[in-house]
Design a protein around this ligand. Structure first.
Ligand SMILES: Cc1ncc(COP(=O)(O)O)c(C=O)c1O
Length: 377
């Protein structure tokens, strides 16, 4: 059998295929087992199913290789995010987005209202506003691109300002993925994923992860998972690892489709604004190009139409699914303000579009027929 290879030296496309495999041995399996155990014979390092699991370890190892740190898997993206906030002492000051993923903003609002944390909500896309809020904060909680407005946050500058002020820095890397940016390499302490999205990629499971290269922080987060109990199911971990094998190729294809559709949408007079950092006309294009390796596969666009017309449009698509979530092989869109918790800064006529891997002309034809059914002119 050949010697194990140095995964760190591989490109992302190879890492996703090679990482998280069992050690090579004659007749050994290529894939980890789905380890269905709540307990183990005494004397080993794990001991109990809430403390560790062979299938989680395989997925954690693979995400670790992609993110450049050590990973903990959680039962959902929100469970991972909650574990990060659980590290802060009561009343600690945290700087976070007023224009980010609505699940995180809602959780932070609740923590603020109950005085567990003091949250300084800022527009993360405004670098000066964000940096001005840092003094006295214990944590800087970032997300980029922001969901759903797809504004790009100046991660290199803001992370550096946070670290210089002695702040812990966490970044939600769900939309960009490690194919496009590595928060830890930019100096962040924690990189977060809703593994539900691009990493697993098939809209068939809910999982989350945290990666850090700080051993003491890893220990505290592990304790939070162990006693908070938000652990992953081994089956979900196994399916996610299987999905991860094609992550790079799915992301590349979705991104190509997104670039093409953003271009076509921007030439359509019924669309008043296309928000995609890949468009040279987008306000965030230059910033995205300066530190990201691509522009991602999410497009948000504003349509010259009423809410009723837009709801009809979303319901009239045949190939594109009217649903929430993102990052799957299938294209999904929704009118984002249908959610009561969505930020008021998101226009009522904004459609968030997670572009999948289908044929781009089929997607374009579906968009056209849905706009026509809704009589959008
Ligand atoms: C950017 C971002 N972060 C976190 C989450 C939460 O992840 P989960 O649904 O896996 O709990 C989501 C879910 O949509 C998201 O879009």
């Amino acid at each position: 059998m050949s010697e194990p290879m140095d995964l760190e030296k591989l490109a992302t496309e190879s890492k996703v295929v090679a990482a998280g495999r069992p050690a090579k041995q004659p007749d050994g399996a290529l894939n980890p087992p789905i380890a269905l155990n709540s307990t183990f014979h005494e004397g080993g390092p794990v001991g109990y199913g809430r403390y560790g699991n062979e299938t989680w370890s395989a997925l954690e190892e693979a995400i670790s290789v992609l993110e450049g740190g050590k990973t903990l898997l959680f039962s959902s993206g929100m469970a991972a995010i909650s574990a990060v906030f659980s590290l802060l002492p009561e009343g600690a000051v945290i700087v976070a987005a007023n224009n980010g993923y609505q699940g995180t903003t809602t959780l932070l609002k609740k923590l603020h209202e109950s005085e567990k944390l003091k949250v300084r909500f800022v527009n993360l896309a405004n670098t000066d506003e964000c940096i001005a809020a840092i003094p006295g904060a214990q944590m800087l909680y970032l997300e980029s691109p922001l969901n759903p407005l797809l504004e790009v946050v100046d991660l290199p500058k803001i992370i550096a300002a946070g670290k210089a002020a002695g702040c812990g820095v966490a970044v939600d890397n769900t939309l960009a993925t490690p194919l496009l940016q590595n928060p830890l390499a930019l100096g962040a302490d924690i990189s977060i994923h809703s593994v539900t999205k691009y990493l697993s990629g098939h809209s068939d499971l809910i999982l989350g992860s945290l990666t850090t290269n700080d051993q003491a922080l890893y220990g505290r987060l592990e304790q939070s998972r162990r006693y908070g109990g938000a652990i992953a199911g081994p089956f979900e971990a196994w399916i996610a690892l299987r999905g991860l094998r094609t992550f790079a190729i799915r992301m590349q294809r979705s991104q190509e489709n997104a670039m093409e559709l953003a271009n076509r949408l921007s030439k359509d007079s019924r669309i008043s604004k296309v928000r995609y950092p890949g468009l040279p006309t987008d306000s965030y294009h230059g910033l995205a190009k300066s530190f990201m390796k691509g522009f991602g596969a999410m497009i948000s666009f504003d349509v010259n139409a009423s809410v009723e017309q837009l709801d009809l449009m979303c319901n009239s698509s045949k190939l594109i699914t009217n649903a929430t979530s993102l990052g799957g092989v299938e294209s999904i869109w929704e009118r984002r303000r249908r959610w009561a918790t969505e930020s008021a800064t998101v226009p009522e006529n904004l459609i968030r579009f997670s572009v999948g891997i289908e044929n781009v002309d089929d997607l374009w034809a579906d968009i056209q027929q849905a706009l026509n059914v809704a009589k959008i002119k």
